[in-house]
Design a binder for this molecule. Structure first.
Ligand code: ADP
Ligand code: TZD
Ligand code: MG
Length: 575
């Protein structure tokens, strides 16, 4: 231990500080207002003290949900969301969310307490022993450990900068138990803190890359713009709208890109997805990767006509990841879009009228085909009847946040519910992960102060369902609608070989609405679209935590929703 850290008689007379307070001061200095976590050894007192010092500390029932809340806080605010856990099992529970944040390019910091280094490294069996730093490393953007109180300032600064700069992602910060109690001179402590200046510096694209991109776009006969969640994250909403409108190019929003421009915008090609992907000759990707969600930019979905891609992304390695990129534009989306706008000039050609007509007539045809199905008042409900009323509710309350997960409950909601404002739709993201629901709901309610509507498959809800207690405890304006079709994809599977239920079905006729009543929330069982509409409107008006069990026909869904084709098939004939 250095002389500085010794609690000598002389130092006792001086003003002292400790690890607990240095961490709190460092977080506050850098604008951290909220921590999402679960208490326990060695971080219980830290949580108490942080709360006493004015940081909002929200306690969850499981770290994974706290982690998802932190990850979505990062997405919504462009500041790293903070998740706090105990060692080993708590850390591992939070790690899924950290990996999720990294995969989805959301800035987040997982701070976990850890056990005694000396004991852990000799593998002598400490309480909750685990080499957490080594385990976290491959699953996040950066991982750090702080051993000395004097390094807390620098450690937290590094974590913040790593999370938000360049391509945003998850960062792990390991804080051994001993660190919290270390004391040092208060003045030296204050001096050791680091305020992160310009945490995510603008990354200006090269002028040549902008020229090249505009040249490719100018010569397009059938151009298309794809807006991904990177575009939503960038908060360059006005410039993105101006770019789309000035070029007149049809746009296709990815799931969480919905609402950057309203889905009802005349240039929106959302309802003509297959047509535009197959037929476009130039595709400008703004903050969207050519991963599985876009069929890797090739194959049947993309048709036979040659394509040229313009790709705007902050991560240079993303270029040519799946197909050749004719015009890579590397930089932050705000700077890239501003440069493109500046380069458009006055006479930038509008897309040929023939292309616009192809897109709009296909879109209008598909919208018209869907319309009558959305108006059915069937009992038991199907997805379309239920979503028809929810679609109107979202239209009437465009500033509410929509959380969405499930299979059919996800795919059909995404297709049917129009979004009107940026960053209002948050969902399963790049991994298609179940379990984000209640964590996202808490994070979104806390960070935005807006009402939250969750549309959840009954299976999806189960992954984070216990957090309805958290929602009730903090009295958050969250309305959870469970599309209850008795199971995963459908509630109709039968196990022909034995007495156990089939693997995809749950208790028939389950009453999820009763769960929230245990915590003082409002529970409603809705069996028709009319009942559903009334219950959701009442919840959104009152702001009271509400859980609606929407009884759906168990036969209503299809296997894996829209991605059944990804299920492996054996080359052998079925036995
Ligand atoms: P989607 O799933 O909506 O298609 P992805 O998650 O695949 O979107 O892609 C988001 C992309 O946005 C990532 O490649 C990421 O590097 C990029 N990105 C995130 N923030 C920014 C930003 N501020 N500027 C530029 N690119 C960004
Ligand atoms: N586990 C995790 C963490 N993520 C997953 N995506 C899955 C399992 C597999 N899975 C899906 O991809 S969707 C889904 C599971 C279990 C649930 C679908 O059932 P649901 O929705 O009730 O939520 P529908 O409306 O019945 O299709
Ligand atoms: Mg289901």
């Amino acid at each position: 231990m250095s002389a500085e850290l010794k609690n000598t008689d002389a130092s006792a007379e001086r003003e002292m500080t400790d690890g607990f307070h240095l961490i709190i001061d460092a977080l506050k200095m850098n604008g951290v207002e909220t921590i999402y976590g679960v208490p326990g050894i060695p971080i219980t007192d830290f949580g108490r003290m942080a709360q006493a010092e004015g940081i909002r500390v929200l306690s969850f029932r499981h770290e994974q949900n706290a982690g998802y809340a932190a990850s979505i806080a990062g997405y919504l605010t462009k500041k790293p969301g903070i998740c706090l856990t105990v060692s080993a099992p708590g850390f591992l529970n939070g790690l899924t969310a950290l990996a999720h944040a990294t995969t989805n390019c959301f800035p987040m910091i997982l701070i976990s307490g850890s056990s005694e280094r000396e004991v852990v490294d000799l593998q002598q069996g400490d309480y909750e022993e685990m080499d957490q730093l080594a385990i976290a490393k491959p699953l996040c953007k950066a991982a750090y450990r702080v051993l000395h109180a004097a390094d807390i300032g620098i450690g937290i600064a590094r974590a913040i900068r790593a999370a938000v700069s360049g391509r945003p992602g998850g960062v792990y910060l390991d804080l051994p138990a001993k660190l919290f109690g270390q004391v040092m001179d208060a003045e030296a402590g204050r001096k050791s803190l680091v305020k992160v200046i310009d945490a995510a510096p603008a990354q200006i694209p090269s002028p040549n890359s902008i020229k090249r991109a505009l040249e490719v776009l100018r010569n397009a006969k059938k151009p298309l713009i794809i807006l991904g969640k990177g575009a939503s994250y960038a908060q360059a909403d006005d410039d993105i709208k101006a770019l789309v409108e000035k070029t007149g190019v049809p746009f296709l929003p990815m799931s969480m890109g919905k609402g950057l421009l309203p889905d009802t915008h005349p240039q929106c090609a959302g309802a003509a997805r297959s047509t535009v992907l197959a037929q476009a000759d130039v595709v400008m990707l703004i903050g969207a990767r050519l991963n599985w969600l876009l069929s890797h930019g090739k194959g049947k979905t993309w048709g036979t006509d040659p394509k040229k891609f313009i790709h705007i992304d902050i991560e240079p390695k993303e270029m040519d990841s799946n197909v050749e990129i004719a015009a890579p534009v590397v930089g932050d989306i705000g700077s890239c879009v501003a440069a493109l706008l500046a380069g458009l000039g006055k006479d930038f050609p509008q897309p040929p009228a023939e292309w616009i007509t192809t897109v709009t007539s296909k879109r209008d045809e598909n919208v018209a085909k869907m319309a009558p199905r959305l108006m059915n008042n069937n009992n038991p409900m199907d997805y379309h009847g239920a979503l028809g009323v929810l679609r109107t509710i979202v239209k009437e309350r465009p500033d509410a946040i929509l959380v969405n997960e499930g299979a059919n409950a996800l795919d059909l909601t995404r297709g049917i519910i129009d979004m009107y404002q940026p960053r209002k739709r948050i969902d399963v993201g790049t991994w298609g992960v179940m379990g984000i629901g209640m964590g996202y709901a808490v994070g979104a309610a806390i960070e935005t102060g807006k009402p939250v509507l969750c549309i959840e498959g009954d299976s999806a809800f189960g992954f984070s369902g216990m957090e309805i207690e958290t929602i009730c405890r903090y009295r958050l304006p969250v309305c959870v609608v469970i599309f209850n079709n008795d199971g995963i994809y459908r509630g109709t599977d039968v196990n022909k070989a034995g007495t156990d239920p089939a693997t995809t079905v749950f208790v028939k006729g389950a009453r999820y609405d009763k769960m929230i009543e245990a915590f003082g929330g409002v529970g409603v069982n809705a069996t028709t679209p009319d009942e559903l509409k009334r219950a959701v409107n009442a919840a959104m008006d009152s702001g009271k935590p509400t859980l609606i069990n929407a009884v759906l026909d168990p036969a209503a869904g299809s296997e894996s929703g829209r991605i059944g084709n990804l299920n492996p098939q054996s080359a052998l004939k079925k036995k």
